[in-house]
Design a binder for this molecule. Structure first.
Ligand code: ZN
Length: 331
């Protein structure tokens, strides 16, 4: 049994809740993984979160007093100052839920709420690929595109806590419609959803490609992962779809390099499994579109924490808040 300060991180997603008891070095001491059961409504989901928090403390057999804080990573939009979940699309029926307060009251431990992409940025900064750097931009590329900005060593929230929406940088003003209502956002061009959509278009116009075959002729089964498989087999159309999408990602990231002059861009999310097929076009885009000096400085790398970035991010958010409060008391 350890005597050092511990926190609990809770990563609340639309399909799963991942909860861990974590030490200051990012070591996971106990872990709980369960379905969200979002369809059963908010009260059930919150009970499941509370049960998971108790579960990891029991598993590790540590007194509650040793847990300094609970951090929750939740899908946006959020009011992080008030600790309120506003209306996330993947948690149906949730509207203005004071999640921070509800968890804090029932667990009896100080609780903090952070947006899931920001939490993952904190995790990579503290425990992963951005360790030791004060200027880190995290970009997640999966069904959507999101991000978090670590500027001068601190997570940048902006006036409303809405900063870091990397996915909604406009790349093509007349491009494909984005889920946000705008056209040609980075997310509408480079996300897994965008890649799958583009592949369905290519298949439906009858282009020669193995994509249709891999999907057993069912357009609904076309995913970015399947397009990546086709590309691995040398499929021309699949490679073209991916390289176009990753070129757009490179253009978006080049703007971030010009704006923030980061030391490192950390790319996570499901599409980071593309590895070099993602890194190479992004690095090329940065070299081509960003100013020479910041483009030379920046390292574009893959995230290191994989599917643990959410839960470690929630823990990192809790640790960050505790440290902030301590320094406030001293000053
Ligand atoms: Zn958008």
């Amino acid at each position: 049994m350890t005597s050092q300060a511990l926190v609990v991180g809770v990563d609340l997603g639309g399909t799963k809740i991942s909860t861990a008891l974590v030490d200051v070095n990012g070591q996971i001491i106990a872990h709980d993984y369960r379905e969200t059961q979002a369809d059963k409504g908010q009260a059930v989901v919150i009970d499941r979160m509370l049960d998971a928090v108790r579960q990891v403390m029991e598993q590790a057999d540590i007194p509650k007093a040793q847990v300094r804080a609970v951090g929750i990573g939740a899908p946006g939009p959020l009011d992080i100052h008030a600790g309120v979940v506003i209306a996330p699309p993947n948690l149906p029926g949730w509207r203005d839920v004071p999640l921070k307060e509800l968890i804090e009251e029932r667990v009896g431990i100080k609780t903090f709420l952070e947006n899931d992409a920001n939490a993952a940025a904190l995790a990579e900064h503290r425990f992963g690929a951005g360790q030791g750097c004060d200027h880190v931009i995290y970009v997640t590329v999966s069904t959507g595109v999101g991000g978090g900005l670590i500027l001068d060593g601190k997570l940048y929230h902006g006036a409303e806590g809405a900063a870091g929406e990397v996915g909604h940088i406009t790349i093509l003003p007349n491009g494909p419609l984005c889920g946000c209502g705008n056209r040609g956002c980075l997310e509408a061009l480079a996300s897994g959803t965008a890649i799958a959509k583009r592949a369905r278009e290519v298949v439906s116009r009858g282009a020669p490609t193995v994509i249709a075959e891999l999907a057993d002729g069912d357009p609904e089964r076309i995913t970015a992962k399947l397009v990546a498989e086709a590309a691995e087999q040398g499929d021309f159309e699949a490679r073209k779809i991916l390289s176009e999408a990753m070129n757009y990602l490179g253009i978006g990231i080049a703007s971030l390099v010009n704006l923030f002059n980061p030391q490192v861009i950390v790319i996570g999310g499901g599409l980071s499994n593309l590895g070099e097929r993602l890194l190479e076009p992004v690095r090329r885009g940065v070299a081509r579109h960003a100013f020479a000096a910041p483009a030379r400085t920046v390292q574009v790398v893959l995230a290191e924490l994989g599917d643990k970035s959410g839960v470690l991010g929630a823990a990192a958010a809790a640790l960050t808040q505790i440290e902030r409060e301590i320094s406030f008391k001293i000053s």
